[in-house]
Design a protein around this ligand. Structure first.
Ligand SMILES: [Zn+2]
Length: 470
């Protein structure tokens, strides 16, 4: 093998991509000229919040007026786009959503703008936002076309030896989370086990039923059983109060005491805290992180893995096709898809407001399983464990020859053996196949050709020299 090919390749300039986007944005604006004519015009000095004044007294009148004002704002966004004022268009869309979050149009406009301007993370943030309300989610996801997505650069590692995004160098990770701990979720666990998958169930400690067969909440016996079968039970507070309203000692109950109660009853350590209503303050986050390893917020997770995406899966406007589409996008874009679910039931009750049916779950897991070579499905905390290890671990190359390479993994914070091995990827010439990967005293590591020009090695120890022969 030629050693010159092992040199790091510098980052390519993104100028070409900028041109693509500019051209795309022009085409895009032209398209909106036509749409704008169709949707009509709106004067400029319109204050949406002022327009709502006087309607507060009647809930119904306020809803109707909010809807009307929201449509006006979406129209104004279209007009801003026609004039090439992207930022104004984005602000108008956000206001439109803020006032009446149920209409799909402003989400669609935002998604298109972010798609055309290459702001990929904001596309996912828009989907996350849409999941909080009841817009037509299928229509929003449906406008993400592959041609535009492919034009957004996907920065990969440039080194010749690097840590894989996911174990076994898979292309994406999926974590299912069933917030609130409904009893029907316990009955859906065998569907996960059938495919060898595990999910996370964030339970509300104060709501868990004392006895099984509760019509709504899962019981301690059920969650204890789930945990013993490898499912993760996470902390979703004591009484599901919005963290924004908590102060001082409230946090002790909502965060610390609920954790103790769950651990005592389930018999497993709780590592993840999930904020009720996905609502949190800086204080709430720091309180939760005192006794938990991880919280489910993009701000906390993305420094560990910037393609972490949280999307609601469930409700009448998320079809199985949309669920599958999210997986297809995830594979293409190397996402860690955190799917926020609620119940698994045929019944639509007020409480099970964003449930999926057992048939949906079966079909969806089957779809994911058909791509199991590329998709890692695991609990929220297990994926986070890999992500945080990966982010804190450095590879030191100790030397190489024509057909060997020696390297060591270092982690300043930890020297303990890894519970989940980190997958190290080595670039080689196409066709070169791995012979062995040995640690100290001839200890063998799992090594295999994970692509025509790549060798993968699973390493579960720090500070141990790994010698790879190929
Ligand atoms: Zn909840």
């Amino acid at each position: 093998m030629k050693k010159s090919s092992k040199k790091n390749v510098p980052h390519k300039s993104n100028n070409k991509n900028v041109l693509y986007w500019a051209a795309g944005a022009l085409l895009f604006a032209a398209g909106f000229l036509a749409l704008g004519r169709y949707w009509g015009h709106q004067e400029n000095n319109y204050d949406p919040y002022q327009a709502l004044k006087g309607y507060e007294s009647s809930r119904h009148a306020f809803m109707v007026k909010s809807s009307e004002v929201s449509v006006n704002m979406a129209q104004r966004a279209v007009e801003a786009l026609q004039k090439g004022k992207l930022n104004e268009a984005i602000e108008d869309c956000k206001t439109s959503i803020d006032i009446f979050p149920i209409d799909a149009k402003p989400y669609i406009l935002l998604t298109k703008i972010y798609l055309m301007t290459g702001q990929e993370q904001k596309i996912y943030d828009t989907l996350t936002l849409a999941g909080r309300s009841y817009p037509n989610f299928d229509n929003i996801v449906g406008i993400i076309d592959d041609g535009s997505l492919d034009k957004i650069p996907l920065d990969g590692p440039q080194d010749n030896v690097f840590l894989a995004n996911f174990p076994e160098n898979k292309k994406m990770a999926v974590s299912f989370m069933f917030d609130d701990g409904e009893a029907n979720v316990y009955h859906a666990l065998p569907t996960f086990e059938k495919y060898g998958y595990r999910a996370t169930i964030p339970v509300v400690a104060g709501f868990v039923a004392d006895k099984s067969n509760d019509p709504f909440w899962g019981s301690w016996a059920e969650w204890r059983d789930a945990a013993s079968r490898g499912f993760e039970i996470a902390n979703h507070s004591m009484y599901h109060r919005d963290s924004v309203n908590l102060h001082g000692k409230d946090f002790d109950i909502a965060i610390d005491q609920s954790k103790e109660i769950i651990e005592k009853n389930v018999g497993h350590k709780v590592t993840a805290y999930v904020f009720p209503h996905d609502s949190y303050t800086d204080e709430a986050v720091s309180r939760a992180l005192r006794k938990h390893e991880v919280v489910r917020t993009p701000e906390f997770l993305r420094p560990f893995y910037d393609r972490e995406v949280e999307i609601v899966l469930g409700g009448p406007h998320v079809s199985i096709e949309t669920g599958e589409r999210l997986v297809d996008i995830g594979l293409k874009r190397r996402l860690w898809l955190v799917l926020k679910c609620h119940g698994v039931t045929e019944k639509r009750t007020m409480r099970s407001f964003k449930s999926i049916t057992p048939e949906f779950l079966e079909a969806y897991l089957s779809y994911i399983h058909s791509r199991s070579d590329d998709i890692w499905v695991d609990t929220f905390s297990n994926v986070f464990e890999y992500m945080s290890r990966r982010a804190l671990t450095k590879i030191e190359t100790k030397g190489f020859t024509e057909d060997t390479i020696d390297f060591v993994l270092h982690n300043d914070r930890s020297r303990e053996k890894l519970s989940v091995p980190l997958t190290v990827v080595i670039r080689v010439q196409p066709g070169e196949s791995v012979e062995s990967a040995n640690g100290a005293n001839g200890r063998k590591f799992k090594a295999w050709n994970c692509a025509a020009d790549k060798i993968c090695v699973d390493v579960d120890a720090y500070d141990e020299k790994v010698h790879v022969q190929y």
